[in-house]
Design a protein around this ligand. Structure first.
Ligand code: NAP
Length: 336
């Protein structure tokens, strides 16, 4: 009989509950056997949808439990390190929602612990790599059909954002996904970044919105990223690779176009969860497979660290108007 992975979920807010639903109802060979949250009542409520789940009072108790094989971290970013380090010490595979941690220093402590452990245990939740359209894009690039990729254009638009979306979140919360796919599709680390704000969208309050980033990659390719988070009309993710002999682009997400009365129209999604619902399913299924073997796959702690460095540098650039060089140490062998 297939081994059933017993997962403990740390943080049972919006994405934690969504992942509990996935692990309980959609993905095979896994069950949620524990949950915990700062807000214990929220954890108890989340446990109602996972029949085998015990509610743990603390992250430490959940990780230490003999009834937990692997942990899924869905708390907010500043709490990730305090969950990851004991999970590594216990040798338990980890899926950590992005970001890996809140600072570069915390990311490096996590990398250090994983390297000392001797093999990968951490997958970071950059789920676009599991999206069917992005995977097709990557396959076209790797097939050589359009020649060497030269430029990646990425567009990330939200209809609006909640009131707690403030400060630099357009970079730390939103642009990080585009930075991840830029590195992944172009096959290179970022050499430097410049971020500039345009004339502000009047609906954005104090936010610098929209933002444009230009990334020069170490392999001399380029990525441009537009982040617009109050654009009103919908949640719209666009991407195009311009290569030596052609291009490859993401298509619109609607299945049909209606033509009538001299016009044509299609649907634009408004909820980001719907755009990536299948990608999350694949992401978690792949994680479960790897975790059942005691390891990890997909975006690594190194990817999490690299994105943190680029995102911090992007904030610096947005503040000082300069091109900021990316400075990272050597990539440890376990991430090669
Ligand atoms: P959320 O709804 O605020 O949920 C986070 C939950 O974790 C809250 O219940 C919070 O409790 C709890 N929590 C915070 N620190 C904790 C700790 N030390 N131990 C246990 N529980 C703790 O946030 P969310 O939207 O689900 O986001 C959670 C994480 O997922 C974030 O890192 C976010 O960036 C990431 N995320 C990723 C994606 C993606 O596209 N991959 C999408 C959405 C979210 P309190 O409210 O009481 O603090």
């Amino acid at each position: 009989m297939a081994k059933i992975l017993r997962v403990g979920v740390i943080g049972t807010g919006m994405i934690g509950q969504d992942h509990i639903r996935r692990l309980t109802n959609i993905i095979p060979n896994v069950m949620v056997t524990g949950v915990t949250d700062f807000d214990i009542e929220r954890a108890k409520e989340a446990a109602l949808s996972a029949p085998e789940a015990d509610v743990f009072k603390t992250t430490e108790a959940l990780i230490a439990s003999d009834n937990i094989d692997a942990v899924l971290i869905c708390s907010w970013g500043p709490a990730h390190e305090e969950a990851i380090l004991p999970a590594i010490a216990a040798g338990k595979p980890i899926l950590c929602e992005k970001p890996l941690a809140a600072t570069q220093e915390a990311c490096l402590r996590i990398i250090d612990a994983e390297v000392k452990h001797g093999k990968r245990l951490i997958q970071v939740g950059y789920m676009r790599r599991y999206d069917a359209a992005y995977k097709d894009m990557k396959n076209v690039i790797e097939s050589g059909a359009i020649g060497e990729p030269l430029i990646f254009h990425s567009v990330h638009r939200n209809p609006d954002v909640p009131s707690h979306y403030t400060g630099d979140m357009a970079i730390t919360d939103t642009m990080v996904h585009d930075i991840d796919v830029a590195r992944w599709l172009l096959g290179s680390e970022v050499a430097n970044i410049r971020v500039v704000g345009s004339k502000k969208n009047s609906k954005g309050g104090g936010l610098r919105d929209p933002l444009m980033a230009l990334l020069e990659m170490e392999n001399a390719t380029l990525a441009s990223i537009e982040v617009s988070v109050n654009i009103g009309y919908g949640y719209d993710i666009q991407g195009e690779i311009s290569a030596e002999n052609g291009t490859v682009s993401l298509t619109e997400t609607n299945n049909v176009i209606v033509k009538r009365q001299g016009r044509f129209e299609g649907k634009v999604l408004t909820d980001w969860k719907l755009r990536f619902v299948d990608a999350y399913d694949v992401e978690l299924a792949k994680w479960v497979d790897a975790a059942r073997d005691g390891g990890a796959t997909g975006p690594s702690a190194w990817d999490g660290y690299a994105i943190q460095v680029v995102s911090d540098s992007g904030i610096l650039s947005a503040n000082n108007g300069e091109v900021v060089a990316i400075k990272m140490g050597l990539k440890p062998a376990i991430y090669s």
